[in-house]
Design a protein around this ligand. Structure first.
Ligand code: HEC
Length: 352
């Protein structure tokens, strides 16, 4: 009796086991789940964020034909998608088989665009029946922030807007940080136009390597100056442009360029006049004979010197000591002095 009962127990156990196994084989069930995390909930626009999509087979059966649909919304641009198992291609992570209790991850790096939407949806599916549908979808969103912005402005002045050709001017280029944050990587480019020749350039901060002024960092509200000394050449152009750039986003690009210009005054040819040049020469060289009080032509009187200039030039050009040579008994005038007399004629025998 005891033996019979035991074999019945064994037998019924087998039946239960068989039924259970049979049921499992005919209709396997899996509970697939998906979740998502992101490395930053408030990423900066333009930076990369990393989403990690984690999947798990909660069983009880082994899962086959597992895939995850993961399409990025307009707020992101895909950089890379790396699955721990399976393959990635066009919005689909093909996982394949996933044993009971095992999981896998997909690492998605994407660039944050300036406009959304920013909500990512991951949806898992498999070949087996999944009675728990609630955990088959995971949504993760970020709230991106604008990158820090600044406003760099440039101004410039010239020490003299009407310099004489050949003289030097100082061009002062000033760069100012109007932004609320420190500006970094500030740089000013200033290519001198052909009307100038660079003499020197001295920055208040940073370094100058023509044509670039590397300012570097500029605190909010602070400014820096570059003093360019340049020689004004005879022909232009003279319009000088300075342009600033900065690492941060510049909210106002319109004030990043400044120009200056000059209207140079041509070198005036100075004319030789009697009062300035000729009279002093004749008075010194021809005294005492030819000045008032002397016995000969009075070269200290404009009208006399003017009317006798041909004879004067003739006499001073004669060989020293020869007949009629002037200054009589003296030393021949230097070539420079004779040139002054000739130029006085060329310039029109002006009195003053
Ligand atoms: C030491 C005195 C003396 C000095 C200095 C002298 N002369 Fe005379 N100059 C004379 C005498 C004397 C004559 C008249 C004789 C003659 O014509 O050679 C004369 C005549 C002239 C004449 C001709 C006058 C005319 O009406 O045609 C000219 C021109 C002249 N001198 C120019 C000069 C000049 C220019 C200098 C200075 C660079 C000069 N002389 C210095 C003594 C001098």
């Amino acid at each position: 009796m005891k033996k019979k009962l035991f074999s019945l127990l064994i037998c019924s156990s087998f039946i239960i086991f068989f039924v259970a196994c049979k049921k499992d084989t005919v209709n396997p069930e899996t509970d697939l789940s998906v979740s998502q995390t992101v490395n930053s909930d408030a990423p900066t626009v333009g930076s990369n964020v990393t989403f990690t999509v984690s999947i798990l087979n909660n069983g009880p059966s082994a899962a086959t034909g597992v895939s995850v649909n993961y399409s990025l919304p307009a707020g992101y641009t895909l950089v890379s998608a790396t699955p721990s198992v399976g393959t990635w291609g066009s919005s689909t992570w093909s996982v394949g088989n996933l044993a009971n209790g095992s999981g896998a991850t997909l690492t998605v790096i994407s660039k944050v665009n300036s406009a959304g939407p920013y909500s990512n949806t991951a949806t898992i599916m498999g070949s087996e029946t999944d009675p728990t549908a609630g955990n088959n979808t995971a949504i993760k969103a970020t709230v991106p922030v604008a990158p820090p912005s600044t406003d760099i402005s440039v101004a410039q002045t010239v020490s003299n807007s009407a310099p004489v050709v050949g003289t030097e001017v100082t061009i002062s280029v000033t760069v100012l940080n109007n932004g609320a944050i420190e500006a970094t990587g500030v740089s000013v480019s200033d290519v001198l136009p052909a009307g100038y020749s660079l003499v020197s350039a001295a920055p208040s901060i940073g370094t100058w390597a023509s044509p670039n002024w590397s300012v570097g960092k500029l605190a909010s509200g602070s400014s820096a100056k570059l003093s360019i000394v340049a020689k004004v050449l005879e022909t232009g152009p003279y319009e000088n442009t300075a342009t600033a750039t900065v690492t941060e986003t510049d909210v106002n690009a319109a004030n990043n360029t400044a120009t200056s210009s000059i209207v140079p005054v041509p070198l005036v040819a100075v004319k030789t006049t009697y009062n300035n040049d000729v009279k002093p020469l004749l008075v010194v060289s021809c005294a005492p004979c030819h000045v008032s009080g002397g016995s000969y032509g009075k070269w200290d009187v404009y009208a006399n010197a003017k009317s006798k200039i041909t004879a004067i030039i003739d006499r001073v050009n004669r060989a020293q000591g020869s007949a009629g040579f002037m200054p009589s008994g003296g030393t021949k005038l230097s070539a420079d002095k004779i040139a002054i007399l000739n130029k006085w004629v060329t310039d029109g025998l002006l009195e003053k």
